[in-house]
Design a protein. Structure first.
Length: 130
């Protein structure tokens, strides 16, 4: 439950930052502001995060794992090392960590899009169209 709440909090922070940037964009570039700028930008941010998640799913495990952790993994041989433990210790662990990170990004992107859609429906009920 704590991981879910943390992800919701991160998604709300993304939505808030994107909303502020959309308001600034509307006033600077267009000279006026509409709520459509906020909703379109938030859906776009959610889509970009979903694309990053799909990219993490597709790319090789070693490349993604090293980029996310920022360190180079060096395998140390010991007495019980053979080809099966080598493969297991290097690729399987990296693959599992890569999958976890990809699912986190996937869930974050979906959550941003879902919360934005719910907020758009709520605003549509509260603010009458003119």
């Amino acid at each position: 439950m704590a991981v879910f709440l943390k992800t919701v909090l991160i998604a709300l922070q993304f939505i808030l930052v994107t909303a502020v940037l959309s308001i600034v964009y509307g006033f600077i570039v267009r000279g006026h502001f509409t709520l459509a700028y906020i909703f379109h930008a938030n859906i776009l941010v959610g889509t970009i995060i979903l694309c990053v998640a799909l990219l993490i799913f597709v790319l090789p495990a070693g490349l993604i794992h090293n980029r996310l952790t920022g360190k180079l993994d060096i395998f140390k041989f010991d007495k019980l090392t053979d080809h099966t433990t080598y493969i297991e210790r290097t690729y399987a662990e990296k693959h599992l960590k890569k999958q976890e990170k990809a699912y986190e990004f996937l869930f974050l992107g979906l959550l941003i899009m879902i919360i934005t859609g719910l907020l758009q429906l709520l605003v549509a009920v509260i603010v009458p169209a003119y």
